[in-house]
Design a protein around this ligand. Sequence first.
Ligand code: GDP
Ligand code: MG
Length: 162
Amino acid sequence: MLPVVALVGRPNVGKSTLFNFLTRTRDALVADMPGLTRDRNYGYGKVGSIPYVVVDTGGLVVDARGVEQQMVKQALRAVEEADRVLFLVDSRAGVTPDDHYIAQTLRKLNKKVFLLANKAEGVDSATAGADFYGLGLGEPQAISAQHGDGVRSLMDEVFEGI
Ligand code: GDP
Ligand code: MG
């Protein structure tokens, strides 16, 4: 069984962009319209010689309504089946109520979670992450899914000991 990495976070934080970077495809829909990926999307990535499965999700939101309910259900399922969880937040937008809700949800689960302050290209990583300590998931790591900044060292860490 390959290790499974789930990408979670509220819509529009860059999950699908990271999925595309990790799998080197354009398979995941990337758009400014939040919530475009409504179910789970699977791909393969590789770190050094370790292949893994990466799962993109539509996102988690508080008080999901209508089609969002299905999106949230799928995202939670992806988290359940994952060995590692990458929780993305938007370093440019700062902390939102959805981020708090997701953090609270993830903290209850016995999963290894990595908190990623995305869209941090051109910003020093301490500044990019500063807002997110309060989520209670440890030190945020600054990345740019779009440019790949910080992603390689992140994935090395994610798979340490696997
Ligand atoms: P998702 O809803 O979480 O899957 O987010 P997407 O991957 O669809 O990205 C949402 C928007 O953020 C798109 O316009 C992306 O181009 C943009 N985006 C994603 N990652 C980055 C990044 O690292 N830097 C910047 N500047 N924009 C990004
Ligand atoms: Mg997406």
